[in-house]
Design a protein around this ligand. Structure first.
Ligand code: URA
Length: 188
């Protein structure tokens, strides 16, 4: 466990704990406010993220940013964004369980240091590994579950929204629900 994010980042950048280290261009550690109340967790870097070293910078990332900004969130201002695995799985396949196991320590350490009050899982891979292994996004998206004092919610992965735009209004409602909760809390 590292007690500051710079040391943790440094350790992640030189990690060789799984095979993804051999094919990556960059480790995609995470981005955003390091004291954020809300942390978004995706699956793993894609091609653009691998090239630029930042999460969600491709087409799915553009959509995510648009939705976030419309709901009052932004990676420059009030949220942190990370992934289940920090190196790109080749051909955009799902990360293998052993790759997630090898990487999860970094994510847990990020959560310990950032101390978000809310975690939003973007898509099935994050939701199944963080909230519950048989969670169905289509059924339980937007529902808050408390775990160790942190409220967790799953919503649609932005890449899934690009494939199936019909779910965009539901995904946006999930973000509004989160925004309303935060606003309500800040009035107390
Ligand atoms: N998809 C993800 O899950 N994470 C990224 O950073 C980019 C695309």
């Amino acid at each position: 466990m590292y007690d500051n994010i710079q040391d943790l980042r440094k350790a992640a950048l030189s990690c060789e704990r799984c095979g993804l280290a051999r094919t990556r261009t960059n480790v995609v550690f995470g981005v955003g406010l390091e004291t954020a109340d809300v942390m978004f967790i995706g699956e793993g870097p894609g091609k653009n993220e691998d090239l630029q070293g930042e999460p969600f910078v491709g087409r799915a990332g553009e959509l995510l940013d648009k939705m976030l900004i419309a709901a009052g969130f932004s990676r420059d201002k009030n949220i942190y964004i990370a992934n289940m695995v920090k190196c790109r799985p080749p051909e955009n396949r799902d990360p293998h369980p052993e790759e997630i196991d090898a990487c999860i320590g970094f994510l847990k350490n990020q959560v310990k240091l950032i101390k978000p009050r809310y975690i939003v899982c973007l898509g099935r891979v994050a939701a199944q590994n963080i909230i519950s292994k048989d969670i169905k996004i289509t059924k339980t998206h937007g529902e808050f579950v408390e775990k160790n004092g942190v409220f967790m919610m799953a919503t649609f992965h932005p890449a899934a929204l690009l494939r199936n735009p019909n779910n965009k209004p539901d995904a946006f409602d999930d973000l509004l629900k989160l925004r309303d909760r935060l606003e309500e809390e800040s009035r107390k």
